[in-house]
Design a protein around this ligand. Structure first.
Ligand code: X2X
Length: 359
């Protein structure tokens, strides 16, 4: 009897090692995102999980949990929960992981990417370049499996009070920011009153006028109809906000090499879709390529002229002149000087070289 049991155990072990069909996959993998599914970020995440489900014939079922459900609203704890396995996959903003991985603050250096002649080209040069590799390594060193970069978008400023054209206009305004120290430094330097708050609490704070303003990409604030409360938007593109497609390393190691390959390809495709979604109608230099791509995959965007759409929704759209931008740049320069050190001078220099290579 004992021999039989041992023989069975050996058989099961050998069989499970040899057969991917026998691999112990979970019935559901949880994927973490902060906003709703209707945001560009959410749609990109959903696209990823759909591709994986389809291409694995339903064997690999990843479910998107929107609205910070998996972090119970504590979006800046998200990396710890990915690392400890509470979360299997994520499509997360670099901002939310930056308290644990300081290198990720690179993208949130004010006007660092936006100050380049073509901000989207500059951003791609970083994520596809040497700096991107250093960032991927920083994430892996801290205990996350990096798959690829996606996009939330360049972040703009909305508020309920007035048109913002200069830092003086921001004076004393209560601006909601993510719970990441760099944001407090930026808005303090600009003379505003930054208030840290989870995104999941922000819309009700806006409704109750607890805050005057907030900053987010249009693909985040438009779907939640911020224009019903905030009548002013300033397009200053001050920071870039890529997303990260990532996994828990143990979960990742549990997949067969061919499944890992399939999941990686799906993430890259979803990232391409997410970037096109969050750029269409916003990238002035794309020659229509983002809209064309979305059309080619049967997902033509409804809105292609954002200034017109936001105006139609009742917002005053403020586009800044180079002279006005310079006022914001000058005010935030000390913040850059301080944060270059925290991020790591060599990473910041590498990113500058990546951006210079496409100028
Ligand atoms: O909280 C935000 O502002 C959001 C949704 O953009 C992020 O998660 C970084």
């Amino acid at each position: 009897m004992k021999r039989f049991t041992i023989a069975m155990a050996v058989f099961v072990m050998v069989f499970s090692l040899c057969s991917p069909l026998f691999a112990a996959y979970k019935s559901e993998y949880k994927l973490d995102i902060v906003p709703s599914i209707t945001s560009g970020w959410g749609m990109g995440a959903q696209y990823f999980t759909d591709l994986v489900r389809e291409r694995s014939n339903g064997r690999i079922n990843i479910k998107v949990y929107p609205n910070s459900q998996l972090t119970t609203g504590k979006q800046t704890n998200a990396f710890m929960l990915l690392r400890n396995g509470t979360i299997d996959f994520a499509c997360q903003s670099t901002i939310n992981y930056s308290p644990q991985i300081p290198q990720l603050n690179l993208f949130a250096l004010p006007f660092f990417v936006a100050g380049q002649p073509d901000r989207y080209k500059a951003l791609d040069a970083i994520t596809d370049g040497k700096a991107g590799q250093l960032i991927a390594k920083a994430i892996e060193d801290k205990g996350g499996k990096f798959i690829c970069f996606g996009e939330n978008g360049f972040r703009e400023l909305t508020n309920s009070k007035k048109d913002i054209r200069t830092p003086d206009d921001l004076n004393g305004m209560v601006i909601r920011v993510v719970g990441s120290p760099l944001f407090l430094d930026i808005f303090t330097a600009l003379g505003a009153n930054p208030l840290t708050m989870a995104w999941s609490d922000t819309m009700s704070a806006i409704q109750q006028s607890v805050i005057d303003g907030q900053e987010n990409p249009v693909s985040i604030f438009y779907p939640v109809k911020i224009f019903e409360y905030h009548k002013h938007v300033t397009n200053w593109h001050y920071i870039a906000d890529p997303t990260l497609f990532v996994a828990n390393p143990k979960v990742w190691a549990s997949f067969t090499p061919s499944d890992q390959e399939m999941i990686t390809a799906a993430a890259l495709e979803a990232a391409k879709y997410q970037k096109a979604l969050t750029r269409a109608g916003l990238d002035e230099n794309d020659g229509g390529k983002n809209v064309d791509y979305l059309k080619s995959i049967g997902k033509a965007p409804e809105i292609t002229d954002w200034d017109a759409e936001l105006t139609r929704s009742g917002m005053t759209v403020t586009n800044l002149t180079p002279q006005e931008i310079k006022l914001f740049v000058d005010k935030t320069r000390p913040v850059i000087d301080m944060w270059r050190i925290k991020i790591g001078e060599s990473l910041v220099k590498t990113a500058e070289e990546d951006m210079a290579s496409v100028r």
